[in-house]
Write a protein that binds this ligand. Structure first.
Ligand SMILES: [Zn+2]
Length: 427
């Protein structure tokens, strides 16, 4: 039976969300955590956006070193040949891309104002796919923006054209969150059969159904005989009402009544990393996790009423569908209530060495090395406007040259290998 894979788009849809953003170090940490968790692919950014260049190149280098592995890093580009050319020029090591163009009548007419026909859209997309492969892409996925408001026969034609040019997947974007589980099941199945390619489901929560639509769409795709790829984000952060939440989606796929034990993930997801990754995303975005968030909310395993508390104490299965340990919860979290030494943009060497040594057992070779790492930590702090978490401090200490690139927005402007990035190796 075909399988279900997860493509997380936090570092693309999440960061393009109004009023929210992440530093390049935070985006890197998310890629590392997604990789640890077993997520198939991260849509890690925008190859034509200049302030992303160093981050994208640094993360590809981390993938080369095996630091970010087995996660695939994939860039999002408009399905326009000139954008694809620019993207590959700015980020030469790019291997995986998704190319996006609008397919609905509303958007073709409403955005291109009569300048493009449906045929033009397909021609532009296939030319962009050809360009990506010519420039060294290993896999190209094509996105149909506003697919849920696109006539299905045209979507099939679009998908077939993409397939004829070597695209490996078609992304069905429910850009406005217009679908419901019934309509997206149907669309997924029809597309899987009609295009005969794996289908990605990209769902938004404008009607509160992003997770439900994702799993229903995936089921349609599998019943249509193809692998399904669900797009998720951490804590559901994404445009407007957000995207399908990663943890909730995996819970739905593995625990729900008609999925558990029947539909399979293409690669196992380690849900015990959920707590850590959700907390980090919340901290990095500066957006609290709702207390009723599935799995990771403060109330997800809280019981007060007499009947529930009594029932769960007698047997947790009375009132809990899954255990908190499965989400990586249950360990006490240390909150300093006495003296605290923090690392920030005005930190000095003594306090910093104390934090690294006492708290994290990290010892520097000499004073110069400690000073050099501290300087990077200060800059990272200036960019994130909040104290770095321990994993960020350790990342900087382990990969100082990569960190230095992440903290610099000015692109090198050259396709030559980066002389600084080349000097970090896997520890
Ligand atoms: Zn989206």
């Amino acid at each position: 039976m075909p399988k279900i894979y997860i493509i997380d788009v936090t570092n693309r849809d999440g960061v393009q969300t109004a009023k929210l953003g992440l530093s390049k170090l935070e985006k890197t940490m998310i890629n590392l955590y997604l990789s640890e968790m077993g997520v198939f692919q991260s849509e890690f950014g925008f190859p034509t956006t200049r302030h992303e260049t160093n981050y994208l190149r640094a993360n590809l280098r981390l993938a080369e070193l095996g630091v970010i592995s087995p996660l695939r890093l994939e860039g999002w580009l408009r399905a326009i040949s000139s954008d694809v050319e620019l993207g590959f020029k700015m980020v030469p090591g790019l291997k995986h891309v998704n190319l996006s163009i609008s397919t609905s009548r509303q958007m073709i007419d409403g955005k291109f104002k009569g300048k493009k026909s449906r045929r033009d859209i397909i021609n532009e997309m296939t030319a962009a796919v050809d360009t990506a492969y010519r420039l060294g892409a290993e896999t190209v996925g094509v996105n149909a923006e506003d697919a849920s408001r696109t006539d299905i026969d045209y979507l099939i034609e679009y998908g077939q054209a993409a397939k004829a040019h070597g695209a490996v997947r078609l992304r069905y974007c429910d850009t406005l969150g217009y679908d419901d589980p019934f309509s997206i099941y149907e669309a997924g199945q029809v597309l899987a059969k009609g295009v005969a390619l794996p289908i990605e489901l990209h769902c938004h929560g404008d009607l509160g159904m992003a997770v439900a639509n994702s799993v229903a769409g995936a089921r349609g795709v599998i019943d249509g005989g193809q692998d399904a790829y669900i797009n998720t984000t951490l804590n559901g952060i994404g445009e407007r009402a957000g995207n399908a939440d990663l943890v909730a989606t995996v819970l739905a796929l593995t625990k729900s009544k008609s999925f558990a034990g029947k539909y399979e993930l293409g690669q196992p997801i380690d849900l015990t990393k959920s707590w850590k990754i959700a907390k980090f995303a919340s901290y990095a975005f500066g957006v609290p996790i709702p207390i009723n968030q599935p799995g990771v909310g403060a109330n997800a395993f809280a019981h007060e009423s007499g009947i529930h508390a009594d029932g769960v104490l007698k047997d947790p299965h009375n009132y809990e569908l899954y255990g908190f340990e499965e989400l990586g919860r249950g360990d006490p979290e240390m909150v300093e209530t006495g003296r605290e030494i923090c690392a920030g943009e005005y930190s000095g060497i003594s306090g910093f060495s104390h934090i690294m040594g006492e708290r994290m057992s990290w010892h520097f070779k000499d004073k110069e090395e400690a000073q050099e790492i501290l300087e990077l930590v200060r800059y990272a702090n200036v960019l994130s406007h909040k104290p770095l978490v321990e994993d960020e401090l350790l990342f900087i200490a382990r990969y100082p040259h990569t960190a230095k690139r992440l903290l610099t927005m000015t692109p090198l402007g050259s396709a030559e290998p980066d002389p600084i990035l080349g000097t970090d190796s896997r520890l």
